[in-house]
Design a protein around this ligand. Structure first.
Ligand SMILES: [Zn+2]
Ligand SMILES: [Zn+2]
Length: 201
């Protein structure tokens, strides 16, 4: 296969993806651009991507590039989630992706920052939900213990019983919901942390 940018040869690099599988990516021997078949770009671990490419200033590239597989004209790939500083081209026919030198590094840096933000967000949410959960547990304890003391006087207790029952119901439901939210966030936190453990730390 020939490089869409400079027509030199593409050489195959074999890397290991996040799931331990072998993955082949193609790099131009001359301009050091990368070519990825289909979704291979997304399977390259962050750390590996930043090892095989290096940061570069905004790249120069040929104005009409064609897919090395099927000669379709490559179109610049735009996505609202993708920072405009990252330049990549896509083949509309085979969905291969071409990245000029430095863009693989930049794209993996963007993925790394996004992953870190996600981890930080789920960590903060876990702390927030656990505090809210503890507040409602405290509310439950307060309700049950005051009910216990009020029970000493049956007449007063009869008057206040609906309020106690209502409070207990509300506190139980809120505490259960917050506990579930806390568990969900902590699971997401550990899942995300483990997922990028191989690629960052
Ligand atoms: Zn090239
Ligand atoms: Zn193609």
């Amino acid at each position: 296969m020939k490089c869409p940018n400079c027509d030199s040869s593409l050489s195959s690099l074999e890397i290991i993806d996040d799931y331990g599988q072998n993955l082949k990516v193609d790099r131009c021997v001359s301009c050091e651009s990368f070519w990825f078949n289909k979704n291979n770009l997304y399977q390259v671990p962050i750390q590996t991507g930043q090892k095989i490419d290096s940061p570069a200033s905004r790249p120069g590239y040929s104005s009409s590039m064609r897919c090395p597989n099927d000669q379709t004209v490559l179109m610049e790939f735009k996505d609202s989630n993708l920072p405009s500083s990252i330049v990549m081209f896509r083949c509309s026919s085979c969905r291969g992706i071409f990245l000029p030198k430095g863009q693989l590094y930049a794209y993996k840096e963007y993925q790394k920052q996004r992953a870190m933000r996600g981890i930080e967000l789920s960590r903060k949410a876990s702390v927030g939900f656990s505090i809210a959960f503890l507040i409602f547990v405290f509310g439950l304890i307060a309700t049950y213990s005051s009910e216990y003391f009020v029970k000493a006087d049956p007449i007063i207790y009869q008057a206040y019983k609906p309020i106690f029952d209502h409070s207990k119901g509300v506190f139980w439901i809120l505490a259960a919901v917050l506990f579930l939210l806390f568990m969900l966030c902590i699971t997401v936190f550990y899942f995300r942390k483990n997922k990028i453990k191989f690629t960052i730390y």
